[in-house]
Design a protein around this ligand. Structure first.
Ligand SMILES: Nc1ncnc2c1ncn2[C@@H]1O[C@H](COP(=O)(O)OP(=O)(O)OP(=O)(O)O)[C@@H](O)[C@H]1O
Length: 905
């Protein structure tokens, strides 16, 4: 937050002398020292002294001054009617803003108008639609920590979206998990327990606002008490005091920002989860898989954008939540897949549903506003419009195949809220004004008294409208007219030449240049009647509106439940639409005992395939406990391949179809990624250290059900150290963790690990070369590769030719040197390897140092010229004859081919 301005010192010094209004301002500043107090004066919000200077600077408004007998005070104001953009600027500049509104009618106030802070605006607690992005979540988070002297430091994280009332809490056992959790929640504002030092990198590098609100340091007893309105038995529902404190912290802070009007009744549920209830995505995985943000210049697409074909804000928010928290239980995943399946198979119904959903308003935020008594009549009509689509949705759904439990349950949850719908239809005008105090809001026939007041008003206006005619007849003045203005009310106007014919009962009201204005006792009486009826009708309408709104507020739970069902339906329709548009397939899941690993046929990267005109699909057969070492030239597709495997697993676990021809998957508990420094958006930090701490986390926490992606581990240090770390990591994962692992590396030496470890195998990406031009095939194949084509890639990227040629020379020198060293070593060991020496001599030219067959890896085969063992040939022939081709999948065929080839080699 930007430095709070605090109460103005000049005013503090003269407190006793200040005018009553400035004294009121000072008191409000003292009660909100963390905020810029914007003080309503008529149609403006004013700030004084230091705060005025900040407002003038940030909002680019004129700094004026207020002068009275006690002194001169700088002053800056923003128009209330147009306040949103200014408030946005203040929030963006890091200020917290307290809106001090006039809470009594200036006309009725006997002295100074009473003002009170009705809302404190902070980034994490704003509720105004105009200040929030549609379909986004806006989480305020609190982090609490166990006592420093407790043996193991633990934390709890609670998040609240003040605009919708969604609230949840989760325990966290380490700082790294805390970071993961915060990255996953993506809060906009975080309240930090004073027991936690805020100079930790997790806070100093964060993009969210950090607050040291007192509420985050709340003690256990106070927390339990403050939670009472939200949870009937806080101790039972949240037995861990840390979690209670975190929840209480966000709620107290939110209550304060909403004007301290008590508990937020629309926070009707506090969900609690533990990390193992969901697929864990560490912070690095969230980033490197580009789920919600892309790195680099941010021009690419994210997975969320690719999967998001939702049509309403509710659905968008729901899909966002699903992607942040993929599931780990097969039953709910299967439920979602069943629903997506049904929707995929019924394109017309799906489109009908999407059309209906596109007219839905943001019920979650509407429910919040209704409950906070901030909804206007238009909001209620928006609620009505949204409820009105439910019968259409139900009837469309009922036409889907009947055997889908997930769809049936969704249909049942789509409550048409008939009573609420009729209440709004009966009470609120179809196209009401924004203002709720100036009438025109309540329907006729809703309230007898209102109808009779309106009749009086209408009859009065009719009488006035007819008066012109009757008076013209009575006086014989053809130009006589009846008019109305704000200052003088109704009048009869007679031009100067006709003044002698004015009847006696006319009383002069106003003299103009060419005419006089009059009233009569009857006109005055009717005017009073009209105005009285209008005033009473407006005030009655306001009362009736508030009572309808209060009745609806009492139904918040039901509205929220409907919002949830609509949101899920929209998210499911979105997944089905994407599945059809991008030709995804339904994945199947293995049972926990199968332990088969990840089997994908024709897998694709869901995002890259939308931008690459000819994306090459690749198979994956990563068995449980296996480590695949992936080598291949730069730019050949290693990282894309690894990420596509992870994204396929992730899509499946949110209940989505997957970008492949077929996929048989395990349920994965965590996805870890360790992506090489240059591929990482965090580049620029102490990269190697970060790389190693991420690796540490993987090596501590990965299980046999985890998927681990390692891209260029060890690149941040010397080659020898890096390679050693990479080898040791592979060995550890293989022996101890048995996690399914994809390891892309340029350390070609790692390919030899396949010979030492039973469950390590090699994959490579091939490329072809013609002259100096390299073509990447983007196809994965078994076996290792040792060519990097780094220099060729540099040339393709436009590195000047002189640099490229020099690089070739340097590689050549390097190789010659290592060759000489090798020779020296060989001769000292008295080995007679003249043949090998000759070969090395040949490879002194860098371009020829890459054996030709590697350029054509996957096309030309090094084993082609080798003699074939006859016994192996017979074995292969027998095996070939026994294959049932009809039941062999492409993946199995590939595996067999590979086995045969190994045999023959
Ligand atoms: N299967 C594929 N089909 C078509 N294009 C692909 C495929 N895989 C990757 N590409 C393209 O190749 C580019 C390079 O891919 P990627 O970053 O995965 O290579 P890499 O082998 O990891 O490179 P490096 O070793 O330099 O990190 C991608 O940006 C993408 O445009």
């Amino acid at each position: 937050m930007a430095a709070p301005t605090g109460p103005p010192t000049t005013m503090l010094e003269k407190r006793a002398e200040l005018t009553p209004m400035l004294r009121q301002y000072l008191q409000l500043c003292e009660a909100h020292t963390d905020a810029v107090v914007l003080f309503q004066v008529g149609d403006f919000y004013e700030a004084f002294c230091e705060a005025a200077e900040a407002v003038a600077r940030v909002c680019e408004v004129t700094l004026t001054k207020r002068e009275d007998s006690t002194g001169t005070y700088p002053m800056a104001g923003i128009p209330i009617d147009n306040a949103t953009s200014y408030l946005e600027r203040l929030l963006d500049a890091g200020y917290c803003v307290a809106l001090a509104d006039q809470v009594e009618d200036a006309a009725e106030a006997s002295g100074l108008v009473d003002r009170a802070v009705t809302q404190v605006l902070t980034p994490g607690t704003i509720v105004d639609d105009e200040l929030l992005d549609a379909g986004s979540t806006n989480y305020l988070v609190a982090v609490t920590a166990s006592d420093e002297d407790s043996s193991v430091q633990r934390y709890a994280v609670s998040a609240l979206d003040v605009s919708t009332g969604e609230c949840f809490v989760t325990p966290v056992s380490s700082l790294s998990m805390l970071e993961t959790e915060l990255d996953r929640i993506a809060p906009v504002e975080v309240l930090v327990d004073p027991a936690i030092p805020t100079d930790l990198p997790i806070f100093t590098e964060a993009s969210w606002e950090i607050d040291h609100a007192e509420s985050a340091g709340i003690d256990e007893a106070a927390a339990t008490e403050r939670l009472q309105p939200y949870l009937s038995a806080p101790d039972r529902r949240l037995p861990d005091p840390l979690e209670q404190r975190a929840c209480a912290a966000v709620l107290i802070y939110a209550e304060y920002t909403q004007g301290d009007t008590g508990a937020l009744s629309y926070v009707s549920r506090i969900r609690r989860y533990e990390h193992h209830d969901r697929l864990q995505l560490d912070a690095a995985a969230l980033r490197s898989l580009e789920l919600f943000d892309t790195y680099g210049d941010g021009s690419g697409r994210t997975l969320f954008e690719t999967l998001d074909q939702t049509t309403c804000a509710l659905g968008r928010r729901c899909l966002n939540r699903w992607l942040r928290r993929p599931l780990v239980d097969k039953a709910p995943i299967t439920d979602r897949l069943d629903a997506v399946d049904a929707l995929t198979a019924a394109p017309l119904i799906r489109e009908q549903l999407r059309e209906g959903l596109a007219t839905a308003y943001d019920l979650e935020r509407l429910a919040g506003r209704i409950s906070r008594q901030r909804a206007n009549a238009r909001d209620l009509r928006s609620l009505h419009t949204t409820i009105a689509i439910v019968p259409e949705l139900q009837s469309a759904i009922s036409e889907l195949p009947a055997d889908c439990a997930a769809i049936d349950s969704l249909e049942a949850r789509l409550d048409p809220l008939t009573d609420i719908r009729s209440l709004i239809a009966d009470a609120i005008q179809p196209d009401p004004p924004m203002e709720i105090t100036e009438g025109g809001v309540i329907q006729t026939e809703f309230n007898e008294e209102l109808d009779s007041l309106r009749e009086t008003e209408t009859a009065g206006r009719k009488w006035v409208a007819e008066l012109e005619e009757t008076e013209r007849e009575r006086t014989g003045i053809g130009s006589l007219s009846v008019g109305h203005n704000q200052v003088h009310g109704y009048y009869i106007e007679v031009t100067n030449p006709n003044l002698d014919r004015v009847p006696e009962n006319y009383t002069r009201r106003q003299t103009l240049k060419n005419s006089e204005r009059f009233y009569t006792p009857e006109l005055k009486e009717r005017e009073d009647e009209i105005l009285g009826a209008k005033e009473r009708a407006d005030s009655l309408e306001y009362t009736l509106f508030r009572s309808v709104r209060a009745d609806l507020a009492a139904e918040t739970d039901r509205i929220q439940a409907l919002a949830e069902a609509i949101a899920e339906l929209d998210a499911l329709c979105s997944l089905a639409t994407v599945a059809v548009e991008h030709e995804y397939v339904r994945p199947t899941f293995q049972t926990a005992d199968d332990k088969k690993g990840i089997e994908i046929e024709g897998g694709r990267h869901p995002v890259v395939e939308t931008t690459e005109s000819s994306f090459v699909p690749n198979d994956t057969d990563l068995k449980a406990g296996h480590v695949a070492i992936i080598t291949g030239p730069n730019m050949s597709g290693k990282s894309t391949y690894m990420r596509q495997v992870a994204l396929t697993v992730l899509c499946a676990q949110i209940g989505s179809f997957v970008p492949a021809e077929a996929a048989r998957l395990p349920i994965v508990d965590r996805i870890f990624t360790r992506v090489g420094a240059s591929d990482d958006i965090t580049a620029g930090q102490s990269t190697f250290m970060r790389e190693m701490s991420e690796l540490t986390e993987i090596l501590h926490d990965a299980t046999t059900n985890s998927l681990v992606l390692l891209d260029e581990v060890g690149r941040g240090t010397s080659t020898a150290d890096g390679r050693a770390i990479a080898e040791a990591t592979t060995a550890y994962i293989h022996d101890e963790l048995e996690a399914m692992t994809l390891f892309a590396t340029h350390y070609h030496e790692l390919t030899t690990l396949a010979e030492q470890y039973e469950r390590v195998y090699n994959l490579h990406f091939a490329a072809t070369r013609e002259g100096d031009a390299v073509t990447f095939l983007h196809r994965v194949a078994r076996g290792g590769s040792s060519a990097s084509y780094g220099i060729e890639v540099a040339r393709m990227a436009g590195v000047p030719e002189a640099v490229v040629e020099h690089a070739y020379e340097l590689v050549t020198d390097d190789r010659a040197e290592s060759h000489t060293a090798q020779q020296t070593e060989s001769s000292s060991q008295q080995h007679t390897q003249s043949e090998q020496s000759e070969q090395s001599e040949d490879s002194v030219d860098s371009r020829s140092s890459y054996p030709e067959e590697e350029f054509f890896d996957g096309i030309a085969d090094p084993a082609v010229d080798a003699p074939i063992d006859e016994a192996a040939m017979v074995d292969v022939a027998i095996a070939l004859r026994s294959i049932d081709i009809a039941s062999t999948t492409p993946l199995e065929a590939l595996t067999l081919l590979n086995e045969f080839r190994s045999k023959l080699e």
